[in-house]
Ligand binder design. Structure first.
Ligand code: TYD
Length: 220
């Protein structure tokens, strides 16, 4: 699908609060797309590039309270700049489908809204970091944070620095994703992540299939 003069691939982002099940849905989407014959690149933020893995450790491994809010925002933006330049843009230039676990909307939700740094400022920072690369589709997996945080704790054991934030923080994050989706419904698909796992996958794959089909063309 041709979405801009600078790339020919398709850029799909999965967003949502902690523990909503993004990784499972990304794996299932990747299998679906590989079977259809596409080149698929699965990646994530923070930590999708070589430099990014180091930035991820700084961001998530540090003690709560040890990273100032603005430092945090800049580190996520730095991770994103490197990720876009070294992984995402090259993959899109080859015509691949990129499935990315989190992107700009995570910064808008966590740093812009929940940390209170302001959505406009954080949007400008991310736009600069990415040189304006926007996803073709963003799938928001929506789930009550009470449920998501419990699931995340079951999977990973020790909560990371962000997961240790208050419930109110995570409620704001959830609302921020829903607000972003409401502004641009053509580029977002909100999926109820509390539904049965296969039903969630079904909804995700319909959206993925739709955006990866050539306009008026063949699904493969
Ligand atoms: P991760 O372990 O990848 O969590 P998940 O599996 O839920 O995606 O941790 C990423 C954490 O970093 C998560 O709590 C969200 C947060 N985050 C931000 O605060 N801002 C950002 O821009 C990004 C990309 C992530």
């Amino acid at each position: 699908m041709i979405t801009s003069p600078t790339h020919t691939g398709t850029f799909i982002v999965f967003e949502g609060g902690d523990g909503v099940g993004k990784s499972t849905q990304i794996t299932r989407s990747a299998d679906f797309l590989l079977k259809a014959g596409h080149e698929v690149v699965v990646t994530r933020e923070p930590g999708g590039s070589a430099l990014g893995t180091k930035i991820r450790e700084l961001l998530l491994g540090s003690e709560p309270g040890s990273v100032s809010d603005r430092t945090e925002a800049l580190l996520f933006a730095a991770d994103r700049a490197d990720h876009v330049a070294t992984v995402i843009r090259p993959a899109l230039a080859r015509g691949a489908i990129v499935l990315c676990d989190r992107y700009i909307d995570s910064s808008l939700a966590y740093q812009g809204v929940a940390r209170g740094l302001g959505v406009d400022q954080i949007a400008k920072l991310s736009e600069w970091a990415t040189d304006g690369l926007t996803p073709d589709l963003t799938i928001v997996l929506d789930l009550a944070p009470e449920v998501g945080l419990q699931r995340a704790a079951q999977v990973s054991g020790t909560p990371d620095r962000m997961e240790q934030e208050s419930l109110n923080f995570h409620i704001q994050v959830r609302q921020a994703f829903l607000d972003a989706a409401a502004v641009d419904p053509n580029r977002y698909e909100v999926v109820d992540a509390g539904a049965d796992l296969d039903e969630v996958t079904q909804s995700v794959l319909i959206a993925v299939d739709h955006v990866t089909r050539a306009p008026g063309g063949d699904p493969s």
